[in-house]
Design a protein around this ligand. Sequence first.
Ligand code: ADP
Length: 627
Amino acid sequence: MSLNPVHSLFDNPAFEALFSQSSEAVLLLSAGDSPTVTMANPVAADLLGFDARTLVGMPVAELIAEGDLTEALEFLDTIKNRHGAAKRACAMRPADGFCFPAELVAQKIAGADNKVFLLLTFQDLTERIRASEDIALRNIAIANVHSGVTIADARQPDLPLIYVNRGFQEMTGYSAKEAVGRSCRFLQGADRKQPQLEALRSALRNGDACVVRLRNYRKDGSLFFNELHISPVRNEFGELTHFVGIQIDVTERERARERLTLSESRYRMLANTVDDLIIRRDPNDLIEFSSSASTRMIGVDPEDLVGRNLKSYIHPEDRATVVAQMKRILLSEGPRTVTFRMRLANGTYRWFESRDRLMTESSEGDDTTESLIVSVIRDVTLRKRAEEETRKALQKEKEINEMKTAFISMVSHEFRTPMTGIQSSSSLLRKFGEKLGPEKRERHLANIESALKRMNRLLDDVLFFSRAEANKLKVQRAPLSLQAYLAELVEGLSLIYPEHEVRVELETPKNQPYPLDSHLLSHILQNLIGNALKYSAQDAPVFLNLRDADDTLVFTITDSGIGIPEVDQARLFEAFHRAQNVGTIQGTGIGLNIAQRAVELLGGSIRFHSQQGSGSVFTVTLPLLHD
Ligand code: ADP
């Protein structure tokens, strides 16, 4: 068997081990005009995708990408005539046809019989190229970001900068040349007493990340606020090697914050100086600011109002109005005024008027806006009271006017009937005199007397009513023997109502004097008995019962007349009110009102029970006052 020249040359264990264990791909090529593979190590076989044995004898030209072939062969050709190794980039073509970039290193070696071989090593550069492309991209990105990016060497004393990007140079005005090699400290100038510097120093000492906001100075001496983000970088052994710093110019933000703080403090000062209560609430009605007037106005300190719901202080009856107002304000319907009662610390309520308007505030740092309602609140209790009094006075005046009109029409109407009666009786008497006969004359005279009595009573009532209206009535009690008094009263009434009968039933001791105001009592009884007679049929008697019970005198007047319809009962004691069933029965509508006023003056009470068509029972209870 002929001796394989390669074997004879390289068949030694040391070469064999080196060749097969190399981490790089190695091919041994014959150095003819068309070099062929003589030996291939496992890495080369693996990279090229062929079995090592298949590779042997293969022209190297088949393993090189077509585009690079001519130049690659020329390169190998030059190696034959030179000493030492040479490199060249070239795309290799593996078995699957997907070419990969490689770096070829070739060297001439002499075999047995001075036969020349070429030792070719190569690596797949795909990953390396991709990584370096990535780095290049990142470098471009870092160099071009708007913020400042710096890298400081943590292994050198004083942490000198080794890199600054363009953003840093634009922000500070220092060029890379001026900055690199120096500690970042130069940006602080002489302004060394900044509270956040301690935090920065300690983070750098401990190799921690940190974010600080510093006052820094540009090359031209101007101030800028630097939000500095520091991140430590460690190598694979965990040693701190670098600090990466990101600088963000937050001057505008800082100035806006300062302006806001200033305007906020001015706002507070202003709010606290004015007399009105100024409150700021969020859309959920939670108070987030109150001026100091709250202490004086509602007895609650501003600190205690903050965080509370304004609704909890508002009178339950006024809450709906305030909520509705709030909704309209949030719809940006412009400033509005609302009046409501608010509970004070002492539990009482006062009237307040609130002028509310919507305020939108944008928060620092983001684009969100917050809606707040600002209210200027003032105590309007006095004004409300004055308004209420004016309203009542106007109402009263209106009522008085109405009453006057009703009064005049009533009086003129009520006087007319008895006056007509008097007129006709007196003219008959004058005309026929003696010719009339004693009986007829007597009837006419009685008519005149009854009419006069009626007018007298009417005038009495009118007088009483007007004095009661002017609050001029006084109680004058004197011992009164009721039996004689009532007999006289009933007799007087029978003059007006001669056809009717009043049955008096006394359940009191005879001749017992009671401390009573006879004048007021007459007004009560004449009206009640008069009504009972007036609103009953002639043959139906009226009962007056009097009892002395539990230190009270109880008068009960019962009739079986027309009764009072239910609809009229509630307003029966109102002046000029007459029930709808009176028909042609004459009346003023002030009798019951007078009776009620007189009863009240005597400290008593008046009740009635009635059913339309079945009669009425009026009960007056008067307390017996003992001296
Ligand atoms: P008037 O002069 O009209 O009788 P009053 O003030 O005395 O006025 O009474 C008010 C109204 O109450 C009367 O108009 C009448 O409708 C009703 N009223 C009062 N007393 C009686 C009664 N005994 N029976 C029926 N209706 C009565």
